[in-house]
Write a protein that binds this ligand. Structure first.
Ligand code: 3HC
Length: 676
């Protein structure tokens, strides 16, 4: 018996052959699917009693793309392009029957079919750009011939799928089928297509305006900064406008291989799997039952509490928001409304949706009103005594089984839990500001947190559109703990001769959305300041004493105008010079390499400690935290992935050179030639 999995079968309905792909979970084009397609199409083409062929899929979706797990491995089975070429050249009509998502290589398979029918709920797209790639099996050459240059350029460079209705309007789909009758409708369509005959898209002419490509580049310049793939996608679409089909295919192949061999796509593919892996929780019983969450309580109507609340309202989950003072409550609720109305003005919501969301928000001045909530998230002042007092009160109010979560960004969740008689129901849910926008949610597992509480918090994170990552209890958890290892040496660099904009620029060039000092200014330099102007012990003290508190008062490490545009500040730099002169450190030139080594390598070092202590489940979770919580450039795959590319021995050597104690796990991996 052959070991080849049977993932493609064929049935007959009179003169129609139906080729069926069944490769769970997403019908990816694994080598055996390509083999099966080749075998069955060869047979159906050769069989003279077959007059037309339908290609459809079992399971949740049409083919959702190439099998990403095969990338970078030795090729097996037939070449994808050859299979597609054979389907397109079939001398009888071929009809793709699409449900779920026809993505990437899946849509490219549909494009070589002569006709496409889809259910209304289907989505069609080429998301390869999100994996740092481009559609490498003719997508960039066939789309401009089917939907035109402008839409092809948009679809390939942005990677967002079209609804079936939009695809129909664009000519990408020929007919909509019934939601429950796709198989039968596709066969009927194929029967009618027999008279029309095959219609290979490669023979059509490219149409549309090439100017659309430059317009897209201009519109997305900021978003695409540092990324290679969007530009490569557009170059291929542009090539389609001037090259014959076969030459266009060669151009596409070359560009595809460049991306495939490069580090950006490796990073983006790593992130694809890392994000899915993060949802998996080690050491949890398989049959863990989730607790129902139909009503949420949020304590604190400030920036964090308001942002957290918005996540739930948007998903139709009612929230009771509690504040201590009426004016703070009104202000907080007002800000939520204002944010929604601003989004509505941009077309993200209708006015009706805004009212619906505001309608399920209950403002309250009493913790007692949280008694019927399934999940209560505290987002008050970052102070242990305050939090413990609050959790003690909640213990007396919350119903049995309610999950009690703290949005603390640094504090010991075990100690907070100890203020209750139900520590098993307590955990951390650390949102990132602005909490309605940032995708990261650190779910902090306390020593006593019950498995179903943890699993429920992770699941609710997914429900509200977050990427949730499990973190263990330690100061700052995963993200902020590593952040502090960047801030300390960054400040030290100022003492040795660097200036804030020099350090920040290195981080901006690296691809971070802001540098360490821009971030400090945003957070506020006076956070945690002792407020005694006569005590200037640190550089921060010097800034606060000079009344430079950051963006909030228009001056910090930089000066800010009314629109919060920053400029280099002579006064700030003079404060740094003066403070430096009080130390015995000589001023010297600091290089870009040194800034990288001193500010980014220690983060990797801390990541290794976090991993060794089991505070992160896996290195890829750390990458997810930094990409979704702090804007680490996606095309660099997160700090631990990037460390592998840099080379762990190089990092160890540099840390030693700069006098940083090397984490044992990092040293061990470097010595053994291993990677994170
Ligand atoms: N290859 C291999 N595995 C894949 C895969 C793919 N293309 N797409 C999804 N999977 C896996 C996931 O890793 C996950 O595995 P796990 O259960 O072990 O974690 C499982 O399938 C289910 O995936 P999701 O959790 O993402 O399921 P959803 O139902 O939420 O989403 C989906 C389904 C919309 C299809 C989503 O998985 C997706 O966007 N997949 C990627 C689509 C894509 O990028 N296609 C292009 C691939 S590149 C290509 O085709 C190159 C070609 O041009 C030559």
């Amino acid at each position: 018996m052959s070991d080849t999995p049977v993932s493609v079968t064929m049935e007959r309905d009179g003169e129609i052959a139906i080729v069926i792909v069944n490769n769970p979970p997403v019908n990816a084009l694994s080598w055996h699917v390509r083999q099966g397609l080749q075998d069955h199409f060869t047979a159906a083409i050769a069989d003279e009693s077959v007059k037309a062929i339908v290609l459809r899929c079992d399971g949740a979706t049409f083919i959702a793309g190439a099998d990403i797990t095969e990338f970078g491995k030795a090729p097996q089975g037939p070449d994808f392009n050859s299979v597609l070429h054979m389907i397109e050249a079939a001398p009888k009509p071929v009809v793709a029957a699409i449900h779920g998502t026809a993505l990437g290589g899946g849509l490219e398979t549909a494009l070589v079919c002569h006709y496409r029918v889809a259910v209304p709920s289907a989505k069609l797209g080429v998301p390869e750009v999100k994996l740092g790639l481009l559609p490498g099996a003719g997508g960039t050459q066939r789309l401009p011939r089917i939907v035109g240059v402008e839409m092809a350029a948009q679809m390939t460079s942005l990677g967002d799928p079209l609804s079936a209705k939009k695809a129909l309007d664009a000519g990408l789909v020929d007919a909509l089928a019934g939601e429950d009758s796709l198989a039968a409708d596709a066969i009927a369509f194929a029967r009618e297509a027999i008279a029309k005959g095959p219609r290979p898209s490669r023979e059509r002419a490219v149409f549309g305006d090439v100017g659309a490509i430059e317009a897209l580049k201009a519109a997305n310049a900021k978003k695409w900064k540092g990324f290679e793939a969007p530009y490569a996608n557009l170059a291929c679409v542009e090539a389609a406008t001037r090259l014959p089909f076969d030459e266009g295919m060669t151009f596409e192949r070359t560009e595809f291989m460049k991306l495939m061999m490069g580090s950006q796509s490796a990073a983006q593919r790593h992130l694809f799997f890392a994000e899915r892996q993060a949802a998996k929780i080690d050491g949890l019983p398989k049959d863990v039952q989730l607790r129902p969450v139909t009503k949420v309580g949020v304590i604190g109507a400030g920036t964090m509490g308001g942002g957290i609340t918005m996540n739930f309202l948007q998903k139709g989950i009612p929230v009771t928001i509690v504040e201590m003072a009426e004016d703070a409550l009104n202000r907080g609720v007002g800000v939520i409304r204002k944010n929604y109305e601003a989004s509505a003005a941009k077309g993200r919501f209708t006015a009706e949706q805004v009212e619906k969301m505001m309608g399920i928000l209950t403002p309250s001045l009493s913790l007692d009103d949280l008694a019927d909530c399934d999940l209560i998230i505290e987002a008050v002042y970052e102070n242990m005594d305050v939090k413990k007092d609050l959790f003690g009160k909640l213990d007396a109010i919350a119903k049995p089984g309610a999950i009690l979560a703290s949005n603390t960004s640094y504090l010991d969740v075990n100690e907070i839990a100890s203020a209750t008689k139900r520590p098993a129901d307590v955990l951390g849910m650390h949102f990132f500001s602005p909490a309605n926008v940032m995708k990261l949610l650190e779910v902090v597992r306390g020593d006593a947190t019950a498995p179903d509480v943890l699993a429920t918090a992770m699941a609710i994170g997914k429900t509200i559109g977050k990427v949730a990552v499990v973190a263990g209890v330690c100061h700052g958890f995963i993200g902020n703990r590593m952040l502090s290892q960047r801030q300390i040496p960054a400040t030290q660099l100022l003492m040795e001769g660097a200036l804030p904009d020099q350090v920040d620029q290195v981080h901006l060039d690296f691809g971070m959305p802001m540098g360490p000092f821009q971030m400090s200014d945003l957070a506020g330099l006076d956070i945690g300041w002792h407020r005694d102007p006569s005590r200037v012990e640190t550089l921060r003290d010097a800034f606060c004493t000079a009344g430079r508190f950051g963006q909030k008062n228009g001056k910090g490490f930089y000066d800010y105008d009314e629109k919060r545009n920053r400029s280099v500040s002579a006064e700030a730099n003079a404060i740094i010079e003066e403070f430096r002169s009080t130390s015995n450190l000589a001023k010297r030139d600091i290089t870009t390499d040194e800034i990288i080594e001193r500010t980014l390598y220690p983060m990797v070092n801390e990541g290794a400690k976090i991993l060794a202590e089991g505070k992160a489940q896996r290195a890829s979770d750390i990458d997810v935290v930094w990409i979704y919580g702090y804007g680490w450039p996606v095309y660099r795959g997160g700090p631990m992935f990037w460390a592998n590319l840099e080379g762990l021995p190089k990092i160890v050597a540099a840390l030693e050179k700069h006098g940083v104690e090397v984490a044992p796990l990092l040293r061990e991996k470097a010595e053994k030639g291993e990677r994170f």
